[in-house]
Write a protein that binds this ligand. Structure first.
Ligand code: NAX
Length: 330
């Protein structure tokens, strides 16, 4: 399998590539041809990482190519992890940020359209992830739209971890958490369909174990602003946890999620209109991977508390879509 990682010289790249090459992305039986895409000023860092990858002598790593050329990077790609993006600089307006990223993700989408393998799967990690994925997708008309996704798995994992800590139960005993909307502070982590496995074998509904005040004042803002919390404490943005979530996303996409009650995860996928999210928008949903494709979990309870929060995050996605459309980036 050919796996392309953009922004490979950055800190997520450094946390991601060793686990990826050891087999944690596609499993222990799939050799990988790795393509590392960087901008010219990032090539040396990517080359340094590639030297260390070689020194790990990973049996599954068949080849490593480092390039700043889009055609070379995406030729025959099966899995594209689009990590590199243009961060918001001091004083940068939102339109400038969207325009700068449009100049990155438009050409990358076009290169994927031109050269990717027919089974290509794309995960956008670089922010603003949902809208960057929308831009890439709009430049790849020959690739099925559902192959373009954006990462909210880190938000999902953060939500599960917060619940686990609050309820003092193992993370593996929690099911049915969902992230809705945009990968931004407006995202909505939803526990209304979540349950906790009991030692007796039964399950308890999470909503019966947490009060609304904890949800509104602690859980929702802490999950949504966890990235800022990490920066404040660590002095740098999340990298290892973001890399872990990217591996989780692609691994589950390729290998499938659980089929039992509540065994879904979260990913930003192209909306089919489910739950009132406008068709075509790349929004986070509760999803399962079935036969290698994401499907949106249907029939979940969405009460007023959840509805207003989903709508607010979707409104932000629509505003981002309108802004990039106005800039001619779609
Ligand atoms: P770094 O600044 O450490 O690395 C980014 C790398 O991308 C740099 O080496 C840079 O040279 C490269 N790059 C920039 N433009 C490029 C282009 N056009 N083609 C190829 N490479 C390019 O950032 P890092 O901490 O690795 O984060 C990467 C992105 O992930 C950022 O946009 C960040 O906001 C985003 N995140 C997304 C998360 C999510 O859950 N979706 C969570 C973590 C992270 O914040």
């Amino acid at each position: 399998m050919t796996v392309t990682v953009t922004g490979a010289g950055g800190q997520i790249g450094y946390a991601l590539l060793f686990r990826l090459a050891s087999g944690q992305l596609l499993g222990p039986n799939t050799p990988i041809n790795l393509r590392l895409l960087e901008i010219p000023q990032g090539l040396a860092a990517a080359e340094g990482t590639a030297l260390e990858l070689a020194d790990c002598a990973f049996p599954l790593l068949a080849s490593t190519t480092i390039t700043d050329d889009l055609t070379r990077a995406f030729d025959g790609v099966n899995v594209a992890l689009l990590v590199g993006s243009r961060p918001r600089a001091a004083g940068m307006e939102r339109a400038d940020l969207l325009a700068a990223n449009g100049r990155i993700f438009g050409p990358q989408g076009a290169a994927i359209n031109a050269g990717a393998a027919s089974d290509v799967r794309v995960l956008v990690v670089g922010n603003p992830a949902n809208t960057n994925a929308l831009i890439a997708r709009s430049h790849a008309p020959d690739v099925p739209a559902d192959r373009f996704t954006a990462m909210t798995r880190l938000d999902h994992n953060r939500a599960v971890a917060q619940l686990s800590e609050h309820l003092a139960v193992p993370v593996g005993d929690i099911d049915g958490v969902s992230i809705w909307g945009n990968h931004s502070a407006s995202q909505y982590p939803d526990v209304f369909n979540a349950t906790v496995r009991l030692e007796s074998g039964g399950r308890r509904v999470v909503r019966d174990l947490v009060d609304e005040r904890w949800l509104t004042e602690h859980f929702i803002p802490r999950v949504a602003q966890r990235g800022s919390e990490i920066i404040a404490v660590r002095g740098a943005s999340s990298a290892a946890s973001a890399a872990g979530a990217a591996l989780d996303h692609v691994h589950d996409w390729v290998n499938g999620t659980g089929t039992g009650p509540g065994e879904w995860t979260s990913a930003a996928v192209v909306s089919d209109g489910s739950y009132g999210v406008p068709e075509g928008l790349i929004s986070s949903f509760p999803v399962r991977s079935v036969a290698g494709a994401w499907t949106i979990e249907q029939g979940l309870t969405v009460g007023d508390f959840s509805r207003s929060r989903i709508d607010a995050s979707v409104a932000e996605l629509l505003a981002e879509r309108d802004a990039v459309a106005a800039l001619g980036l779609l």
